[in-house]
Design a protein around this ligand. Sequence first.
Ligand code: NAD
Length: 500
Amino acid sequence: MAQLIGHYISGKHIVETQRSGPIFNPSTGEEIAQCAYGDVITVNQAVQAASSLNAQKWSKASHASRLQVIYKLRELMIAKTEELAEIIGREHGKTIADAKGEIGRAIEGIEFACNAPQVTKGEYARNVAGDIDVFSVRVPVGVIGCITPFNFPIMIPAVMMAMAVSIGNSIVWKPSEKVPSAALFFANLWKEAGLPDDIFNIVQGDKVVVDAMLEHPEISAISFVGSTQIGEYVYQKGTSHNKRVAAFTGGKNHMVVMPDADLEAAANAFVSAGFGSASQRCMAVSLLLPVGVETAEKLRELIITKTKALKMGAYNDESADFGAVISSQSKQSVLKAIDQCIEDGAELLLDGRSYQHPEYKNGYYIGPTLLDHVTTDMDFYKQEVFGPARGILRVNSLDEAIAVTNSHEFGNGSVIFTRDGKTAHRFFTEIESGMIGINVPVPLPVSYFNFGGLRRSKFGESHLYGPDAARFYTKLKTMSQKWPEQIEGHQEISLAFKIT
Ligand code: NAD
């Protein structure tokens, strides 16, 4: 009998389930366990826990006492990095080095959650009129429903939930059913860090669980990260059930290279940000836009050489640059996108379609694939290709590069390489993307800046982390107060609407 990865409710691991689905090791293609799939009843149990007396006490606890848990969580994450990286790599397929990098960013998010008192503190104005003082405070929203993707099994959950919990909220989390084990590991760390039971709950599963969360009246806010199609659905359904929803979705990140750029640095950036983690990052560079034929020809040669040198391997192969993609379905859809792109007229520079790992023939590997002369009418341009196939789209001018970048439905990240400050400034000013890079490969902001895309890369007016995320996890209350001197006898009454 395969091991069953279950739920976590009220501080207890729950393994019985009516439904389940397979979990694979993408590096080998083997089924390694089953993931329990919850239902309406499981979600009800989790929400009941998250609204219990324990949760109410947590929301009223002092910042100082809540922060003790966050400090401890950070220490545990550092101490258990090796163990967690192994769990992530085995279910995701990313290399151990990449998994450790992800854990590092998760720790950074936890560190920022220690700023909860600072970023949520209120405002005060003395004597606004008639000796009345006004102040506003931010209080926890209540139960937060978190729905996360497969590609960052710990970083996204940690940045999302550490702040939400630090502020005093409680959590019902549905992780990706493809990578459920890191979630349970995280739950154990919270417990060891001293978080009371009921605050942090996990319901594993699929759409059934998501729908039950979106419909549950006791869940006040939904924080979602995943594809645009599902994110839009979650946003629309969640808001129709009167929840605040922040959904962070797909990307097709353009990298523009000007003729004056350091081409060696640009080529390195394209290869590392394009193929890292088998291109399964929402901030991966998807398309290279060299400006002018000469830039295109020089870059193309550099990139071919550097990409050819990349090595694929199992997650625990220390010499590998990147690993397999997440599933057999994902592999098929990337192969289909490459085939279609060739059929549509692109030039195939490097073909990774037939790559097979010498030892793990059933692993979901695709070799790095490069296509030149991609054009904006091709599906390959329009769609987010979540696997190691990257394109070159040639443009003739900065104007054209900006127009092409801004015409895409996604606006997650955009990058330019140039040595000219005026060009960089114009790019920053005119590009409609949430995160912009100048001479950097991935413009992923540090945790104390806001993270989020524009256009159809984000639904809802918040950010995944940064000060804005802290605001998302709070609601605002404003109080006007007056402490008048005791006045004896009759006092005039006025019905006028006035400020004095
Ligand atoms: P996904 O949309 O398939 O899944 C995301 C979550 O939604 C998972 O928990 C999944 O179980 C659930 N889900 C899947 N199908 C559903 C359905 N029909 N109804 C309700 N819920 C459903 O995404 P994924 O493949 O896990 O992750 C990759 C995607 O996430 C990419 O598009 C990537 O760009 C995006 N992503 C975006 C960001 C960002 O910050 N913008 C960050 C990471 C990943």
